[in-house]
Design a protein around this ligand. Structure first.
Ligand SMILES: NC(=O)c1ccc[n+]([C@@H]2O[C@H](COP(=O)([O-])OP(=O)(O)OC[C@H]3O[C@@H](n4cnc5c(N)ncnc54)[C@H](OP(=O)(O)O)[C@@H]3O)[C@@H](O)[C@H]2O)c1
Length: 152
């Protein structure tokens, strides 16, 4: 009997855990907030979560800057996002977060061309492990931190 009760308790616990984490936490965002007049930067916005985020921001009317290291991939994403959102205010600016020189250059270009910044989505991450960068820093683990501290 105690084995049965223990098993039942374990099954209920697993069910509650899965229900909460998979069904409850994976609900879609239901906010209807519009972002007309707002400007957003999405680092690594050419693919994955960054691209999905940029698309949602564009759908809500924001001006979206895709800060990416590959011109080709970024321009393809700009094309997709403009088409899918119907928002032409989506643009690419070059940014390689593994290079402080590139971070500074991006910041200068942004400040010269954009009058405001409302949202900064620090999404980019390089998942390749242990790669050495020209600056002497490690690519993995450094990319996000360098980017974040450079904005501050
Ligand atoms: N996927 C998940 O399950 C998950 C879960 C939790 C958190 N996250 C976080 O969500 C974020 C995005 O994840 P994801 O799965 O969408 O990643 P992803 O598909 O690998 O995309 C990463 C993006 O970062 C860019 N990037 C990498 N290194 C860069 C650099 N040095 N300079 C500029 N851009 C650079 C990539 O550009 P290229 O296209 O040029 O490579 C790409 O656009 C990450 O911060 C990750 O930690 C993801």
């Amino acid at each position: 009997m105690s084995v049965f009760l223990t098993t039942l308790a374990a099954v209920v616990t697993v069910y509650v855990f899965l229900y909460y984490h998979i069904f409850k936490c994976s609900r879609r965002c239901e906010s209807a907030v519009r972002l007309k007049g707002k400007t957003a930067i999405v680092t690594g916005g050419n693919t994955g979560i960054g691209k999905a985020t940029a698309l949602e921001l564009a759908r809500r009317g924001a001006r979206v800057v895709l800060a990416c290291r590959s011109k080709q991939r970024a321009e393809a994403a700009v094309f997709d996002i403009r088409r899918e959102s119907g928002n032409s205010e989506v643009l690419y600016m070059h940014l390689d977060l593994a290079s402080l020189k590139s971070v500074r250059s991006f910041a200068e270009t942004f400040l010269q061309t954009e009058p405001r910044l409302d949202l900064l989505i620090n999404n980019a991450e390089d998942r390749r492990k242990g790669r050495k960068e020209k600056t002497g820093g490690r690519r993995n683990g450094g990319v996000e931190e360098w980017g974040v501290s450079s904005w501050a």
